[in-house]
Design a protein around this ligand. Structure first.
Ligand SMILES: [Zn+2]
Length: 280
């Protein structure tokens, strides 16, 4: 599933090809990908509008248009946005094509059909309440500490909750917990100030590292040019299969369900009890 680094990479790599160009046509191979408004309105409102910018909020892509409406895209489980020169034959799993005036097409590929597009005057009406952006300067260890106060849910579940913090998914939550040596089942509110600091810095570190490696292509994620990301080669525990050893201590990595999400961790580096950090 594309998470913050994958969506950020897609945004960065689409920007130079898309911004400033009008949409000249919309082809839908699966109309269900348009959630709002009707398919007819979606097409008539979009065609003729120039794309003036692309932003990311959590795992959402937000395309601003000259009409002051915004096109919101969520890739969900298996979506990719691919840039193709015109004319391009749609490959398998292409659900929608946006045609641009620069002999470029934007193909929405989505094998499992969970992806979605919305067109709206106010994107905040489309997107659910999202937590802070973990890479923004305003997201400080103090903010994370405050968010965690009195929370009894497992820290792994909180990190996946988009209203708690935006953009993290299964892969980077596991990586951040491993890097901060925190057991995924620890209650959020039980983390010591030292652990919160470690977790805050680990979240930012794993996300920046994944962005610099253009995202992780563990299953169906492609960059807009069809190339793969390489962030998964940096993974320490995420998606490690049975028998893989912790790169730090050599203990076999374990996989447990946390709220039904397969969670990878090292039982030695991430003990179930609070770790004492000297001086904190
Ligand atoms: Zn270990």
């Amino acid at each position: 599933m594309p998470e913050l680094p994958e969506v950020e990479t897609i945004k960065n790599e689409l920007l130079p090809h898309i911004v400033g160009h009008p949409v000249t046509g919309v082809t839908l191979f699966w109309e269900g990908i348009v959630r709002q408004p009707s398919v007819e309105e979606f097409r008539s409102h979009l065609v003729g509008q120039r794309i003036t910018g692309i932003a990311r909020r959590g795992k959402y892509l937000i395309f601003s248009l000259t009409s002051r409406e915004t096109l919101v895209i969520h890739l969900r489980m298996t979506g990719s946005l691919l840039l193709k020169p015109t004319p391009a034959e749609p490959e398998r799993f292409i659900r929608a094509i946006l045609h641009l005036d620069n002999d470029t097409q934007l193909h929405f590929r989505d094998p499992r059909k969970f992806g979605a597009m919305w067109l709206a005057k106010d994107e905040s009406k489309i997107m659910p309440k999202l937590g802070p952006e973990p890479l923004e300067a305003s997201f400080t260890p103090q903010i994370l500490q405050k968010l965690l106060e009195n929370r009894t849910a497992p820290i792994k579940a909180l990190l996946l909750d988009q209203s708690f913090i935006a953009g993290l998914g299964n892969m980077y939550a596991d990586e951040a917990l491993f890097a901060s040596r925190i057991h995924p089942l620890r209650q959020g509110g039980s983390l010591s100030p030292g652990e919160v600091k470690r977790l805050h810095s680990a979240i930012q570190k794993v996300l920046w590292s994944a962005i610099s490696n253009k995202g992780a292509s563990v299953d169906t994620y492609f960059r807009p040019d069809g190339e793969l990301g390489t962030a998964h080669f940096q993974f320490q525990v995420a998606h490690r299969l049975g028998g893989d050893l912790c790169p730090v201590c050599g203990t076999p990595i374990q996989r447990i369900p946390v709220r039904n999400r397969g969670t990878y961790f090292c039982p030695k580096c991430q003990p179930a009890q609070r770790t004492k950090t000297k001086g904190i």
